[in-house]
Ligand binder design. Structure first.
Ligand code: F0G
Length: 464
């Protein structure tokens, strides 16, 4: 991994491997057939046909031996289980929120939160909404508005906290739409859709100060809260010596609640939760929970899942882990940049994002340069990445049929937690180097079949 700036020693994986999962090493000829069969959509490829899967860091990480041991302690009682008590205590100890409601994953928490808090015509500000968050706000006929700082929209800007929300844009929005139509404000830590970029403590306080003037509650989308806290420790003056756990506690102290996908910094394969300090809201949320997720002491999860989260939350704030975690993304990012890849700088906590528009200027946005690059990574090396560009965010006008491209054409290489070794990452860099030399020969794509929404999951493509 990258060297440790203090000792100049390699940052090693802070674990050994007790259980392994074999990889099938496919040939390029095989992959040509696999890609054609999948209609050039990487979501349609079987996992056994992928060598290095960087599609997402969500639920794809490895659990520790302590987590597997906790699985065996799972108490599957319907109501009031010991597992719930351990889970609730772990969340409260770390985050300090009064009410903790388990859900099967992050989007279930979002659905419940916005169902309870939003009415049609409302506006929910966020630095940048993740797509499920946006979809859940819009499902309530409310508007999801992104107010990230301008640096956050510039892939080359080296601002240390590109996930920050612009407090002035926030205040303008409040004055413009009126307090009554803003039921809550969200901050996504780290800002996934903006390149996995962190939010500073200073920004959390500034946003909170604006919201306090108008009595608007603040919620975190806390999926990658620990990575965000470690960035604060590394980059924000005054936090160098503060333990990450205390930084998390301070951050959460400014919020009224959070939604959480435990599939990220909960270090588990499935799970999530919703927190709030309001007993009134918590009651309404639990009433909804029972309707779709389950009784409030399990919320769509097994007792053993709750136990795995409880342990995961103690492991994710261990600083040797976080140092390795950020070093892995930095190592990949720095090597790709060295080859010549334009990446979103600086690399975020969980992923590296390549700017495919800049890399492949000969492919226009509506011929999907990100799709072209991500399928090329698969063909060359069996590496699965994800397009975050016009395939995902392009909008087709229902009346005219005219398509507007997304703002950026990115390809994300997301790193599952504790899953790959340095040689896996070196292999990705080698494939990237070969691919870089061939970039002028890559061709665009056209979509041959697509559903009405969330088309990236199931669209079919053919090369141009
Ligand atoms: N919020 C953020 C910031 C996310 O990145 C995700 C999921 C969610 C909410 C939703 O959580 O999947 O548990 O329902 N992100 C995954 C990804 C899917 O690949 O980035 P979920």
């Amino acid at each position: 991994m990258s060297s440790d700036h203090k000792t100049f020693r390699t940052v090693i994986e802070p674990f050994t491997i007790k259980s392994v999962e074999p990889l099938r090493l496919t040939t390029k000829e095989e992959r040509i057939g696999i890609l054609e069969e999948a209609k050039h959509n990487l979501f349609k490829i079987k996992s056994q046909d992928v060598i290095i899967d960087l599609l997402t860091d969500s639920g794809t990480g490895a659990m520790s031996s302590e987590q597997w041991a906790a699985i065996m302690r799972g108490d599957e009682s319907y109501a009031g289980s010991l597992s719930f008590q351990r889970f609730e205590a772990a969340v409260q100890d770390l985050m300090g929120f009064k009410n903790v409601i388990p859900t099967h994953q992050g989007r279930a928490a979002e659905r419940i939160l916005f169902s309870v808090m939003c009415k049609p015509g409302d506006v929910v500000p966020n630095n940048t909404h993740f797509d499920t968050t946006r979809a859940n706000v819009e499902f309530q006929h409310a508007e999801a508005r992104d107010l990230v700082i301008n640096e956050g929209l510039d892939p080359q800007s080296r601002h240390p906290f590109k996930g920050n929300m612009d407090p002035e844009k926030l205040e303008e929005t409040i004055k413009d739409v009126g307090v009554d139509r803003i039921p809550l404000c969200m901050l996504t830590i780290t800002n996934n859709s903006g390149g996995g970029q962190p939010v500073s403590m200073g920004n959390v306080k500034a946003v909170k100060a604006v919201l306090d003037k108008y009595g608007i509650p603040l919620y975190f989308d806390a999926a990658r809260f620990a990575e965000n806290a470690y960035f604060i420790k590394l980059r924000e003056p005054g936090y160098e010596e503060i333990p990450v756990k205390e930084i998390v506690r301070e951050m959460m102290g400014y919020a009224d609640g959070c939604t959480m996908s435990a599939k990220k910094d909960g270090m588990v394969n499935i799970g999530g939760f919703l927190c709030t300090n309001s007993d009134v809201l918590a009651q309404q949320e639990k009433d909804l929970l029972i309707l779709t997720e389950g009784f409030p002491t399990y919320g769509g999860l097994a007792g053993r899942d709750l136990d795995a989260i409880a342990v995961g939350l103690t492991e994710v704030v261990q600083e040797d882990y976080l140092k390795y975690r950020l070093a892995e993304a930095r190592y990949l990012g720095e090597h790709l940049a060295e080859i010549g890849y334009p990446i979103v700088q600086p690399p975020g906590g969980h992923a590296v994002y390549i700017d495919a528009k800049e890399l492949l200027p000969h492919i226009p946005p509506l011929q999907y340069p990100g799709q072209s690059l991500s399928t090329a990574f698969f063909l060359e090396g069996g590496i699965r990445t994800v397009e975050i560009g016009s395939v995902m965010f392009g909008k087709i006008d229902e009346k005219t049929g005219v398509e507007t491209p997304g703002h950026m054409e990115l390809v994300r290489l997301a790193l599952p937690r504790r899953t790959h070794t340095q040689s896996h990452i070196d292999y990705v860099v080698e494939v990237a180097r070969e691919l870089y030399d061939k970039r002028a020969s890559l061709r665009g794509y056209k979509i041959t079949k697509q559903p009405k929404f969330l088309r990236h999951f199931s669209a079919e493509f053919s090369p141009i």
